[in-house]
Design a protein around this ligand. Structure first.
Ligand code: ME8
Length: 512
């Protein structure tokens, strides 16, 4: 059985979950569910990033301990993920003992490999971004005069302290070679080029410890130093699998780390260099998706326009949100979230196309045949074309998902749904019923139901609850779709003559 490991970033606990967090996690969930249906042994990890100065300061501002703040936000995520049908296998917290153990083991590996040394550090630091800037970088970005962060535009602080360093510079050539030799290592291609030119532009050694605050994992053997939060955070991808108790966990290397473009450098430069230094295999792919704006504006705390999942879920069905987020914008591109677009897509693609095909097909089957699939006549050209389209959909959706092209996968499924609706018009079951052409009528109804069943199986990773309902109508019983496998349920022609379907219950009523 193939193994598949997919991760999301671990989210900072100084902010409440918002649209961006659910986006990455939903995308990872769709991949995990798809691979489970393919029969793979899937591990899907998400979690939270609890350490660092930013979290320490956020807790101080509220007059509580960092761990209390973390617990509050963790509780939010833990209740949110089931509401969105997120099927993660584990939830990693960086404050957990298993994770700290992983980080310290990683540190020792880097140290034993000669990749860590002690020196003095003088630089500019952006607390909100947890990122360091050199004088030259600030000057290049025209941020030197009033000393602000080129990314978030907030003030940077000058830092001088004793610090451990990671020999990042030693991995410049190896990293550039790896990126060139593996075109799918960093996706999409535009991001890959961005990282490559950054690496080829020269890598500086990285300061990887702090003495100015204490909320983090101590450096083994030198406890006044706290391990830099990104070394800490990135190691979650291994500690979540049981490293270091398992030196090379069975699901490692990751098939794909899904991240937002904001944290690409950490994942595509620091993380692979750390793994090279620690002599561990590199992840197969890092996919950086784009950035959402909301009704044309950047989401921000100060504007108060961050979309909160709880508000969205009060108004919209979780599956509809899942579908919309992955359908609306090609993964990797920036996109805008608008309620008008959501309603339009819902009404045209889900209510009019999928919902209509389901309702009319099951309604006709019930009207003309009491819901029972009857003895078929000869296969026609129109039937063959529909079957061929369904089969092509199955392989093309799998290929699209292997490249994280969620919108293409959904578009390909929509092609079959529209084909199904055309097939109804072409074959006019109502006319066949009038003429008393029983065999042909049975054939047409059968092809429709079988198409719907296989469409629902392809949409199952995107809309697990809605598709479970759709399949339950087709199978005429509550089906346990979490145990479904494409190898068992995915073939054309598995419904037998005499099979009874339920009466249709609309699953996508029109939105006004
Ligand atoms: O960066 N559009 O955590 P974080 C799309 N703890 N995605 C968005 C988004 C937006 N407007 N805003 C946020 C961290 N995201 C670190 C990660 S990983 C070892 C450590 C998503 O809470 C996107 O996935 O700031 C982004 O990468 C992530 O939230 C950042 O979450």
């Amino acid at each position: 059985m193939g193994k598949y490991y997919v991760t999301t970033p671990i989210y900072y606990v100084n902010d409440e979950p918002h649209l961006g967090h659910i986006y990455t996690t939903i995308a990872a969930d769709v991949l995990a569910r798809n691979k489970r249906l393919c029969g793979e042994d899937v591990f899907f990890l998400t979690g939270v990033d609890e350490h660092g100065q930013k979290v320490e300061q956020a807790a101080q501002a509220r007059g509580i301990e960092p761990i209390e703040l973390a617990n509050q936000v963790v509780a939010r995520y833990e209740s949110l993920w089931p509401e969105l049908s997120i099927s993660n296998n584990d939830f990693i917290r960086t404050s957990s003992e298993r994770h700290k153990k992983g980080v310290q083991a990683m540190w020792r590996r880097l140290e034993n490999a000669g990749s860590i040394y002690k020196d003095f550090y003088e630089d500019w630091y952006c607390v909100p971004c947890e990122s360091y800037w050199t004088e030259t970088q600030l000057k290049d970005a025209e941020c030197w005069d009033d000393k602000h962060c080129p990314d978030c535009k907030r003030a940077v602080e000058k830092i001088q302290e004793e610090s451990y360093f990671f020999r990042l510079s030693a991995f410049q050539d190896l990293l550039a070679e790896h990126i060139k030799a593996n075109p799918d290592f960093i996706m999409p291609a535009s991001r890959r080029n961005e990282v490559l030119s950054f690496v080829e532009g020269g890598l500086r050694d990285l300061s990887v410890s702090r003495t100015t605050f204490s909320w983090g994992v101590p450096v083994p053997g030198d406890e006044k130093h706290v391990i830099y939060v990104w070394i800490d955070a990135l190691t979650n991808y291994l500690s979540g699998l049981g490293f270091p108790d398992q030196e090379l966990p069975e699901h490692w290397p990751a098939d794909v780390h899904l991240i937002g473009k904001d944290i690409l450098r950490f994942h595509a430069v620091y993380w692979p260099a750390m793994l090279m230094a620690a002599n561990l295999p590199l992840p197969k792919r890092i996919y950086a998706h784009g950035w959402w704006t909301v009704e044309g504006e950047k989401m921000s705390k100060s504007k108060g326009n961050a979309l909160r999942p709880a508000d969205l879920l009060a108004e919209y069905d979780a599956d509809v949100l899942r579908y919309f987020l992955l359908r609306e914008v090609p993964f990797g591109h920036d996109g805008d979230f608008s309620f008008t677009a959501l309603k339009q897509r819902y009404n045209s693609e889900l209510a009019n196309d999928v919902g209509n095909l389901l309702n009319r097909s099951l309604a006709m089957l019930n009207k003309y045949r009491d819901g029972v699939l009857g003895e078929m006549g000869e296969e026609t050209e129109s039937d063959r074309a529909l079957i061929a389209d369904v089969k092509a959909m199955q392989s093309e959706v799998a290929e699209a998902l292997d490249r994280q092209a969620f919108h293409l996968a959904i578009e390909r499924i929509s092609v079959v749904v529209r084909h199904g609706n055309r097939y109804v018009e072409e074959n006019a079951p109502w006319a066949l019923a009038k003429q008393g052409d029983d065999a042909r009528l049975n054939s047409v109804l059968y092809h429709l139901v079988e198409t719907l069943r296989l469409v629902a199986l392809q949409l199952l990773p995107f809309m697990p609850t809605k598709m479970q309902q759709m399949l339950s109508q087709i199978y005429n019983q509550e089906v346990a779709t979490e145990n479904f496998l494409y190898a068992e349920q995915g073939g054309w022609g598995l419904l037998k003559t005499g099979h009874q379907c339920a009466k249709p219950t609309p699953i996508f009523p029109r939105m006004e």
